[in-house]
Design a protein around this ligand. Sequence first.
Ligand code: WTA
Length: 699
Amino acid sequence: MSDGPKTVAEGGHAIESVLTETRTFPPPAAFAAASLVGSEAAYAAMVEKAEGDHEGFWAEQAGQLEWAAKWTRTLEWTAPDAKWFVGGRLNATASCLDRHAASWRKNKAALLFEGEPGDTRVLTYGQLHREVCKAANALGALGVRAGDFVAIYLPMIPEAVVAMLACARIGAPHTIVFGGFSAEALSDRIKDSRAKLVITADGGWRRGAIVPLKDNVDKALVGTGSADGGSPANAGVPGRAGGSPANAGVPGRDGGSPANAGVPGVERVLVVKRTGNAVAWGPKDVWWHDVVGTASARHVAPSFDSEHPLFSLYTSGTTGKPKGILHTTGGYLTGAAYTSKYVFDLRDDDVFWCTADIGWVTGHSYVVYGPLANGATVLMYEGAPDAPTKSRFWEIIERWGVTVFYTAPTAIRAFMRWGDEHPAAHDLSSLRLLGSVGEPINPEAWMWYRDKIGGARCPIVDTWWQTETGAIMIAPLPGATTTKPGSATRALPGIAADVVKKDGTPCGPNEGGFLVIKRPWPSMLRTIFGDHERFAKTYFGEIEGVYFAGDGARKDADGYFWIMGRVDDVINVAGHRLSTMEVESALASHPKVAEAAVVGRPDDLKGQAIVAFVTPRAGVTADDALATELRAHVTTQIGALARPEEVRFADALPKTRSGKIMRRLLREVASGSTARGDTTTLEDQGVLETLAQAYASDD
Ligand code: WTA
């Protein structure tokens, strides 16, 4: 093995060269000349304006939306509670649809859809508007009212966008559950959100197979999502809802059991026919084509208060219980629209492809709300990037003339592994801008992305943000910012991001610290659904008076941010956020497990991989068969995305005297087998460890 930095192909790790990265890439002149913010001076002017008049700046951005009544106060802020555009009234879909359908964009493509089997559909703004009006009328007819939550568990098909926007149109907050989550995980989320209606499909296509979405909904509603039923072993395990087996069933399906009194049940399940496979049918089930297909396309959008909830979305925190992050209408839409416009430099002739599933926040903000508020054309693909071949993405870009492509580092690293011949065989010259999101992008992947996908002509926007922030916070403005491979560069105008010590004082150049946002911003989360105290403590309680993101970072001498990863017990596997506790709870719910501890270890492809340390119950044989069984159990409990890469058995887990599992030690053990190599990596790891300790010290 050589001493120098290793490439991904050689098995080197992602962050190795970040500390020594010195390459810089100014925006190409031609790109800058045609862009919205085309120079460093224009960027500086925007920042100055935002800093000089924070509220005025955001009011100007909000003014780009369609309001039924203007706000009377831009911001009411008593940390941690923000209200933006107070007194203003709007309907999110008026900005995303009605105003375009009433303009020259009526016959412009809003959605370009390609299914995994190769079927395609195009919906213009006029058509999408009509579909959403029909769905809004259908939801109303099914008894959904403003304020009712609707759970959406759909594949990446146009109906997913229609369903979201129909909910928004009638003021019923949606809570989307990623189709890769298991019935058990779906059940938890439906219960926590108190959804009244579930929208799903008979199935979705994934690598030629059918994902049995409707079956999972059926299981989720009767609470038999796991093979071993609502196991009593779950009792007392943090994160499993309640200890009572009576909670296993979501009320509704089995007739509103009195044990669930006070929790409004799921009344209806609206089912889109996608795959045509046979599905079980019950009295609550209704076909989408029967009710939406026949509904009127006339629907006048009512207006809602700016702070009316638009959606909640579950994400992982440091405990076993996922958090329902709540976003409201005016502020969220302002953030999504503003960032879509400036970070992606959106133009009317763009074909914008964000590869995220709508089950994640990236899909909310950059498949649906942000680009549609800007009247953009959005591409949507249902399936896997390697189905039927590893060229699928490049075929799609060539076929539809994609101009802006936004994906995750884990995908980029997979493309690198699959070989340059796949992109090389396709005409990717339509691309003008590339984006990255979800985890730190290692410079090697950044350079490959730039050269092999962007033909060395497209700027790259590495965008840092979170489910909680609603929209991009730190990213280049592509016509203005000189980029550095591996850095998300600087905070967007209007965003007061910084790196600080535990006591809140700013860190010096290149000093590792906590990433915080010091002033409120419109698209910030408003609460954790049902747990405002946890919201206040998690985000505003760690570092006095400012929003703490849970990430470690440093700023270099140019003020560029380098995100170092989470300092808490959240792990990022292939761009998906998971809490170690969540996976531990799933493992501990297995009858053969006495105790489990889960850590992340660096992984060349996924960023982090899950390693589980398991102490089996007395008399249980710890062997490969058990490891396989446990991995399958986690898949049933949460979904394949949480399946441990490795299960290691131990007689006991290392603990502090107060009984806390010593994760640091386990992380070292788990990483021991990977070539971590040079000292820069170790330094980086060391800072993270120090931060993690500082973060945990108050517990
Ligand atoms: C990580 C996804 C480095 C980070 C939008 C954050 C990133 C978490 C980046 C949020 C990036 C996201 N560089 N790290 N460009 N983008 N992250 O809520 O750790 O699924 O806290 O939102 O992903 O993940 P979430």
